[in-house]
Ligand binder design. Structure first.
Ligand SMILES: NC(=O)c1ccc[n+]([C@@H]2O[C@H](COP(=O)([O-])OP(=O)(O)OC[C@H]3O[C@@H](n4cnc5c(N)ncnc54)[C@H](OP(=O)(O)O)[C@@H]3O)[C@@H](O)[C@H]2O)c1
Length: 325
């Protein structure tokens, strides 16, 4: 049976990737920073087939030896772990850039050492779209790269880290003859499997409590009505599996089927769940449009569920978890 390693296995996106892999019969090596932290990782042990086929390894992205132990014997790796910002960063080098960039280098070197065939790296739409020199009238696709230098200057550390690490991973693959594919999801919503809140769950929860906090993930215009690109966490996990399994998959894949303005999202939530207290701030209309295409991943056979379904399932899960009344 094929063995696939998933880094940061207990996280929001990674947990769904682990679930998908187990459902398809793979043996999974999941890296977590603390296997005994039941709050963060207990849900993994309850996944179907976890008892027989999920093995958790204690590993930190900055500890190369720990990654080597987890990746040894694997045919493939899905590299998901990265710190996702949840507010003001005090030491960007240490908190954001090192784990993203040096962490991805460590994962790639461990893959080389273990002679892994295929690596899927989870990047972000923020490694694509933060590019002031991209022509406004040109649709963004996989050829568009976030300008990492611009991000550093404007203190968008997460965006810089994602863009640099994604680019390096692709170059590493070419240089060392490893098949590396990257997937760039947008804002991920949808039901969580874990019991601790990740940043995008916090953002969604905040909308039900009257607070617009998209600025947490370096969408820095909380006072503007901006385009919000969204993908369902289950569809995101399916995209990772497609990228992993399809032999023709190559390069990067944008993965974001829905885009709507902040106000339109709030209105949609109001229609679906009228009894919450939504943000009432007067948002200034932004004239920046996020104009991109996901044609490449659609051509790989990917499809997605409706945004309404994503939001309804997110809310149901949050209620089950006691996070929302
Ligand atoms: N959520 C989104 O909207 C979104 C959108 C686009 C891309 N992404 C990408 O998707 C990936 C997962 O994000 P998520 O939303 O699922 O966030 P998450 O739930 O916070 O998961 C992040 C994971 O990274 C792990 N991690 C962080 N620093 C680490 C380190 N130094 N060593 C080892 N593991 C470390 C965390 O482990 P601990 O549990 O030990 O902290 C956690 O498992 C990230 O690469 C993110 O950039 C997310």
């Amino acid at each position: 049976m094929e063995i696939v390693c998933v880094t940061g296995a207990g996280g929001y996106v990674a947990s769904w990737a682990v679930k998908e892999l187990l459902g398809k019969g793979y043996i999974v090596h999941g890296t977590v920073r603390d296997p005994d932290d039941e709050k963060k990782n207990g849900h993994l042990k309850k996944l179907e087939h976890a008892k027989e086929r999920l093995h958790l390894f204690k590993a930190d992205l900055l500890d190369y030896a720990s990654l080597c132990t987890a990746i040894h014997g694997c045919t493939g790796v899905i590299h998901v772990a990265t710190p996702v910002p949840a507010g003001k960063v005090t030491d960007p080098q240490k908190e954001m850039l090192e784990p993203a960039i040096a962490g991805t280098r460590n994962v790639m070197n461990a893959c080389l050492k273990a002679k892994v065939n295929k690596v899927v790296v989870v990047s972000s739409i923020l490694a694509v779209a933060v590019n002031p020199s991209w022509p406004k009238d040109r649709t963004m696709d996989e050829n568009c790269w976030t300008d990492a230098e611009f991000c550093m200057k404007t203190e968008k550390w997460y965006c810089a880290g994602k863009a640099i690490s994604e680019r390096e991973a692709l170059e590493f693959g070419k240089k060392n003859n490893i098949n590396v594919v990257t997937v760039c999801p947008s804002v991920v919503f949808g039901p969580m499997l874990q019991s601790t809140l990740c940043t995008t769950n916090i953002i969604l929860l905040n909308l039900f409590k009257g607070k617009n906090s998209f600025n947490l993930i370096e969408f820095d215009k909380a006072e503007e009505d901006i385009d919000i690109p969204i993908v369902d966490v289950r569809d995101c996990a399916k995209a990772l599996l497609l990228a992993y399994e399809k032999p023709e998959a190559e390069g990067r894949y944008l993965c974001s089927p829905h885009v709507l303005r902040t106000k339109a999202l709030i209105q949609l939530l109001k229609n679906l769940f009228p009894h919450y207290n939504y943000p009432t701030d007067q948002l200034r209309v932004s004239n920046e449009e996020l104009n991109y295409t996901c044609e490449k991943i659609m051509n790989l056979g990917w499809n997605y569920r409706s945004l309404e379904k994503t939001l309804v399932d997110s809310v149901e899960r949050m209620k089950e978890a006691g996070l929302l009344n």
